[in-house]
Ligand binder design. Structure first.
Ligand code: ADP
Length: 491
């Protein structure tokens, strides 16, 4: 059990301490397990401040069974009735925003400012889909022969499984659960082991909002055995996953024998292309947001910054000044800009990428090695070779590297030279350059003169090995709907 005193300190006092939960939520019951609990730590203090049950496979199966039992009644509710419950859930999330944000900072480490923004962003999906459920229309297709009516209806996919990562503990599950529940599906969600507590708090508010038992269960524990139950089940008709390409591919393979529908949001390795005619301030602001938001731990983070040689020196100087002013430290400290990284592996990867680039000819402009703990100093490198690890693999940390280019063709070729295609960014003031890059770049999303593109109103998702499907907008609802074609003859 978590002592109340343990959280009621200045680091993250949860005024409603019942949002710090150490139980899983299965079939409408808050449930423990016989196995040893899994500890959750604070990435800044390294203190263990929470724990979650390690559910057995039988308990996970119980959640799946409950989702199947709850499905017919939930699917038959009017879209407006489901929407009203989602709206109450949204209202409760906003009413508890400060506690949720503190919990996110406590288990993920991100700065409290960013945690608050995540609550708003994630809740925005619940707000959007509360209404979108009532706007899901069918079609009448002109008949090819007399006396017939060809109708297309949507119906919910059924029981869905969701598996989410640690970098946005609230938003990643909100943007899956909101469209799923709005469409009439039920869901069994597995939180990440590193940051499971926010999802449990969210489920608690969902329970208060009136989500019926079994419609949304949260199964905690070790990933592989839980994943096995969810992927093998014939009852589960869809898996929605956000995480690494490696795990996504493995889960897709495990879902193949039961022909589940899949939504996969995987690795990004996003490029940012800055052209000579870009506005310098806009380019620097775009790079700051696209690279350093969430401490660089985002799948849409600009991992490769290609800068045309005419503006390169000016850009590196101005960007370098901003980067050197950034402070990394305690996410609860107002004076800091970013918090710690999630774990030691993350620190090691940033260190590896920085040293690899430096030993291959890159120049250090700002920042440097980690001072210890999980703090990674915001760092800028210039003259990074195009084949450095920093440009080839996702760094997932506050390390930015600039690579020069001469022509648009060179820039687009380098940008597309990756198996990934989630987001990309371009800074230019020339409409023709923007249009050509927008056309030729291989990614699901393009930010033009901005590093901030995510919103519940637009379809988020990738091409190539960055995944399948979209989250957000009416396209996100369709991910949880099957089409049913009804051919009515004899009219
Ligand atoms: P990241 O590098 O962002 O942690 P992962 O792909 O490792 O990305 O993790 C994303 C999510 O996938 C987490 O919830 C994690 O627990 C889960 N996961 C990892 N391995 C498996 C697995 N074998 N089966 C099911 N889920 C898994």
């Amino acid at each position: 059990m978590i002592s109340k005193a343990g959280v009621n300190d200045m680091r993250g006092s949860l005024t409603e301490s019942d949002l710090l939960i150490s139980k899983a939520y299965v079939a409408g019951q808050w449930t423990g397990s016989d196995a040893a609990p899994i500890a959750v730590d604070d990435p800044f203090t390294l203190e263990e401040f929470g724990e979650i049950p390690d559910l057995s496979q039988a308990q996970v199966q119980q959640a799946v069974d409950a989702a199947a039992d709850a499905f017919p009644a939930w699917a038959r509710k009017l879209p407006k009735e489901r929407g009203d419950i989602l709206r109450r859930w949204f209202d409760l999330i906003i009413a508890n925003k400060e506690d949720l944000a503190r919990l996110i900072t406590r288990e993920n480490g991100k700065h409290l400012r960013e945690a608050r923004a995540e609550v708003d962003y994630g809740a925005g999906f619940i707000d959007f889909y509360a209404d979108e459920a009532t706007r899901s229309y069918g079609e009448i297709i002109p008949a090819p022969v007399p006396g017939r009516r060809l109708m297309v209806e949507t119906e919910p996919v059924g029981v869905c499984a969701a598996i989410t990562p640690w970098n946005f503990p609230l938003a990643m599950v909100a943007r899956k659960a909101a469209p799923a529940l709005a469409a009439g599906c039920t869901m069994v969600a597995k939180p990440p082991e590193l940051t499971p507590l926010t999802m449990l708090a969210l489920a608690k508010l969902g329970e208060e909002a009136g989500i019926p038992a079994g419609v949304l269960s949260i199964v905690t524990g070790h990933a592989a055995p839980i994943g096995e139950v969810l992927t093998k089940s014939q009852v589960v008709r869809k898996l929605t996953f956000t995480g690494s390409t490696h795990v996504g591919a493995m889960l897709a393979e495990a879902c193949a024998p039961t022909i589940k529908r899949l939504s996969l949001e995987l690795g990004g390795n996003a490029p940012l292309l800055i052209f000579d005619d870009a506005d310098l301030d806009t380019a620097v602001e775009t790079a700051m947001v696209a690279k350093f938001r969430n401490c660089g731990q985002s799948c849409v983070a600009a991992n490769r910054i290609y800068v045309q040689n005419g503006i390169r020196d000016r850009f590196v100087k101005a960007f370098g000044t901003k980067v050197s002013e950034m402070k990394a430290g305690d996410g609860f400290d107002d004076a800091m800009d970013i918090g710690p990284l999630i774990d030691e592996r993350a620190i090691a990867k940033v260190d590896e990428h920085r040293e690899d680039a430096l030993s291959n000819g890159a120049t250090l402009i700002a920042g440097g090695p980690s001072p210890g703990g999980r703090i990674s100093v915001p760092t800028l490198l210039s003259d990074v070779p195009a084949n450095a690890k920093l440009t080839q693999e996702e760094t997932f940390g506050p390390l930015a590297g600039v690579v020069g280019f001469d022509t648009m063709e060179d820039a687009v070729r380098m940008a597309n030279d990756t198996p990934f295609g989630l987001a990309s960014y371009v800074c230019s003031s020339d409409p023709a350059t923007i249009a050509r890059v927008g056309r030729d770049i291989e990614s699901g999303m393009v930010g033009v003169n901005t590093g901030l593109i995510s919103t519940p109103l637009a379809p988020f998702g990738g091409v190539k090995m960055s995944g399948l499907g979209r989250e957000g907008s009416h396209h996100g609802l369709a991910e949880y709907q099957n089409l049913k074609y009804i051919c009515h003859a004899g009219l």
